[in-house]
Design a protein around this ligand. Sequence first.
Ligand code: 13P
Length: 255
Amino acid sequence: MKKELRKAVIAGNWKMNKTPSEAKALIEEMKPLVADAKCDVVLCVPFIDIPAAVEAAKGSNIKIGAENVHFKASGAYTGEVSADMLKEAGVEYVVIGHSERRTYFGETDQTVNLRSLAALNAGLKAIICVGETLEQRELGYTETLLKFQTKMALTNVTKEQLKNVIIAYEPVWAIGTGVTATAEQADEGNGFVRAAIAEAYGADVAETVTVQYGGSMNAGNADELVAKVNVDGGLIGGASLKAPDFAKIVAAASK
Ligand code: 13P
């Protein structure tokens, strides 16, 4: 395991929070607090916040991401946003297949794959989310499920395109619940993801892919989580809405 081969990435996922003016204010507050980061710093924001966020982050080390992308380039898909639209707006990253989208909006492993391909083909970096429910964990399916979701998401993704892929292991039972996976559980889950990548692309390639942990990561537990060999940063929900907390997580990943 060579942790130094991979760049740690701390990404905030704001979900459906913050208006454009609130987004601007929060990014202004965050900028000086994360300026010395040794990891990559990303904020994934609601579509409507993107112009304000890109403008506010200009000249700083904060990159802006979206929270979803459609798989077609254009057409009759009311309410959707294409990869080219995001790219032109200054977006560099996009979250794909978050468990909330899988649960509430009918996202499947197939649509996650199509959205990932659309993002990668447009030159965006894809943060692809995978994770088991509590029931699946208790039934003993965690490894099988994480490997299946990872491989499905990466179908037809080339080795070259994989350089722009981040996988976020987010156990569904740990999202927004305050129940964090233990550092050992996070490391194990991320290890299953990396093993799936190794099976598909080879062990050397798998060593280079950033695999984040997400699920109730906060200023208090980030140190222990990101120290694990398989945990290359995090995807942060609630704690990314508070500048001081988010900055502490960034500092933990910068050690
Ligand atoms: P919380 O950090 O609020 O648990 O959310 C995690 C998450 O879903 C990030 O995508």
